[in-house]
Design a protein around this ligand. Sequence first.
Ligand SMILES: O=C(O)CCC(=O)C(=O)O
Ligand SMILES: [Fe+2]
Length: 215
Amino acid sequence: MSKNISNDPSKFSSSVSGYTEAVRELACEILELMAEGLGVHDTLVFSSLIRDLDSDSILRLNHYPPITIRDCKDRDRSSTYNHSSVGFGEHTDPQILTILRSNDVGGLQISLQDGVWIPVTPDPSAFCVNVGDVLEVMTNGRFSSVRHRAMTNSSKPRMSMAYFGAPPLNAWIVAPPDVVTPQRPSLYRPLTWAEYKKATYSLRLGATRIGLFRK
Ligand SMILES: O=C(O)CCC(=O)C(=O)O
Ligand SMILES: [Fe+2]
């Protein structure tokens, strides 16, 4: 994509479409490799949901303007700097796979353990790939969706672009038989993406929404 956003909406639209198609293809390739690595017979089982013409995938552009300590105090005298500097609260992405790109301003953090946040070094030439809740269900917990958040920077604006590969609304989300064994029975009850999306929007951003579907 060009470094500058064009004033011509059709050029902007075609850049966004080109980018979206490229990251969709990347997501599909990663998902096919994951299926192969898990020993799943039908290696297209995850990627075909994203390739489906009715896929509910989306692209989100995030902008985190810098917040200085003074701004925070002006806005709310009782809030602490740390509290106010959360730009995007902690959550897991509900979809299948997220392909995230950002500028060179840090802010993304992941948590593998409650309350411990690990910063992700920003690299504008790299993609950050997040496992979403649907992939956790479809791999029967072999891959876990990652809890993350984005902090604002006190001097520079962070920008990020996230492609969320998602199934069609009416698709059933079930783990393929290859990852369900007597030793590892299925962890989640079957659900449709529409059902999961509805549950997602009815709960707080930070809630462990996938827990609602655990057997
Ligand atoms: O801006 C970021 O790095 C994180 C964005 C994010 O988590 C999201 O859009 O779901
Ligand atoms: Fe996210």
